[in-house]
Design a protein around this ligand. Structure first.
Ligand code: SOE
Length: 378
């Protein structure tokens, strides 16, 4: 017998769409005991929220999140609002006994993240943070290859996340679509927004990060603020690069910027081990490149695995072998795993606690950029 899982979503931006699409699709393709029901969407702007509800099939609209989380017919709350609101909402949801699916990064900083972890753990509510790239099948498959031990001892991990959408000096900061440029709402710039994805994947694939040395840059120092109407200093990092040491002895090299002209969302990673290497590129997300040193010498080389076979992670639930998936499927997979976790009692990762580890690395990166020294991950 299937059980409804009544979702209340707070916020309706780009991520609200990605998550809503995932809730709607998941039961068509994955067999799970719990089936999401889009019960309520909550946003301050009632008209916009109603439009969103009509588009995505939410049954009701709320304009006050406290009212929504007090409703008995809401089981799980999806927090899709700017980072500075995550903590207060998540703690209130935990106290109200609601499950929580929270947008990344978990919070503005790890102090807030720790409070959120304590709240969900005390309440015993299911919780997860939307680091969706783990569920791109080629990335999940990379994890399987690494876990089998095929790469042997790991020497290097490197990742980039490059964009170019904030180069214009007249782009304002703050407000609906541009809160990511406002340090008060976002907590940081590319470190929390983009490197956090790279760090989450890296920790998942290659284990914990011990210490970091970083540099950041803010190329445009002042921008008009949409909320105050005044030109204000820019507090976010526009670009960040860092080196790190992983607990397994390997070296890490990470770079992210919103000033790499020509790149819209170039997320790539590569991992080099004693017996082989893997690399992946979001622009070609169904492919995983694999060099296996164990191959016979004359034919040894980088092979491209088209991760679309029925035996590849998640693929058996979709089309016939060979047909491609896209960005949006990573969210569907994350919901499917969350629902499976409710069924089995094995929480779907990344939980708040897992995401806090990523946040601690982000905090160490920003602290190192500030101090100019190697910094331990706290
Ligand atoms: C920023 O442009 C952004 O939308 C991030 O906020 C997302 O987390 C990332 O996946 C894509 O880029």
């Amino acid at each position: 017998m299937s059980k409804p899982l009544n979702i209340g979503m707070i916020g309706y931006g780009f991520m609200g769409k990605a998550h809503s699409n995932a809730y709607r699709r998941v039961s068509n393709f994955f067999e799970t005991e719990y089936k999401p029901v889009l019960k309520a969407i909550c946003a301050r702007n009632e008209e916009a929220a109603q439009k969103f509800a009509d588009t995505w099939g939410y049954e009701s609209v709320e304009t006050d999140w406290r009212k929504m989380i007090a409703r008995d017919d809401i089981d799980a709350v999806d927090i899709c609002v700017p980072n500075n609101l995550h903590k207060e909402i998540a703690i209130a949801c935990a106290e109200a006994g609601k499950m929580i699916l929270c947008e990344k990064p978990i919070a503005l900083n790890s102090e807030e993240g720790e409070e959120m972890c304590e709240a969900v753990e005390k309440a015993g509510v299911a919780n997860m943070v939307w680091y969706n790239y783990r569920r791109v099948p080629a990335v999940t498959f990379a994890k399987q290859i690494i876990e089998r031990g095929d790469l042997g001892r790991i020497f290097h991990y490197r990742a980039n996340f490059l964009q170019d959408w904030t180069i214009a000096e007249d782009l304002p900061q703050g407000g609906a679509a541009l809160w990511r440029l406002d340090v008060k709402a976002a907590g940081s710039g590319v470190t929390g927004d983009l490197l956090a994805h790279c760090i989450d994947t890296a920790i998942w694939l290659n284990g914990s990060i011990d210490n970091v040395t970083a540099m950041t840059e803010t190329f445009v120092k002042e921008r008009m603020h949409n909320e105050t109407g005044k030109v204000e200093p820019v507090g976010i990092d526009d670009a960040c690069a860092f080196l790190c040491r992983f607990g397994n002895g390997s070296m890490g090299l990470f770079e992210s910027t919103r000033y790499a002209r020509g790149h819209k969302a170039l997320y790539t990673f590569e991992i080099n081990g004693e017996n082989g290497s893997l690399r992946w590129d979001l622009h070609d997300l169904n492919r995983l490149e694999y060099f296996n040193h164990g191959d016979e010498g004359t034919v040894r080389g980088w092979r491209t695995i088209h991760v679309t076979d029925g035996d590849h992670p998640y693929l058996g639930n979709w089309w016939v072998p060979g047909l491609c998936l896209g960005y949006e499927h990573s969210f569907v997979h994350q919901v499917a795993d969350f629902l499976k976790g409710l069924e089995t009692g094995e929480p779907a990762a990344p939980t708040f606690r897992d995401a806090l580890e990523t946040q601690r690395v982000c905090d160490a990166v920003l602290a190192s950029a500030e101090s100019g020294s190697w910094t331990d991950v706290g």
